[in-house]
Design a protein. Structure first.
Length: 147
């Protein structure tokens, strides 16, 4: 089995992006004179869950790909053999990604429910904004890496 490779540059970009988003959220709360420590804890919670979300996705997909590659026959494969191998293992990788998606969505929902329940300690909007920035930040990361 191959070594698990985490996309370190994407994770660092996501952490940096979440830090910038959190600073913007804190700045908006300061401007609106609604700032409290609950805003900071909300930003930290949302950012931490977003990064954890991405790490879970990366690990689960890498694990499925490593498992498929371990089953790959030695040596060169013909185009037909390669197509058959890809078709056979594509479903397993997709199932891993879908299972990861369900787990990650439940995690994010649990965090939002927790933020509502802990309203005195965690600001819900400050928690939600970093969670919503997950996809835009990853898209921006993909664009910057392509350049």
């Amino acid at each position: 089995m191959q070594k698990k490779n985490l996309p370190v540059s994407e994770i660092l970009f996501l952490i940096f992006g979440e830090l910038v988003v959190s600073l913007i959220v804190v700045g908006v709360y300061l401007i609106l004179q609604k700032f409290s420590y609950a805003v900071v804890t909300g930003c930290l919670l949302g950012s931490a869950v977003t990064v954890l979300n991405f790490v879970i996705l990366s690990v689960s997909v890498n694990r499925a790909i490593d498992k498929a590659m371990a089953e790959r026959p030695e040596g060169e494969m013909t185009e037909e053999e390669a197509a058959e191998f890809a078709a056979k293992n594509q479903a397993a990788v997709q199932r891993a990604a879908q299972g990861s998606y369900i787990l990650r969505q439940i995690l994010m929902l649990a965090i939002l429910v927790s933020a509502f329940l802990l309203g005195d300690f965690v600001d819900v909007i400050a928690t939600l904004v970093p969670l919503l920035m997950f996809r835009p930040l990853l898209s921006l990361c993909g664009l910057m890496i392509k350049k």
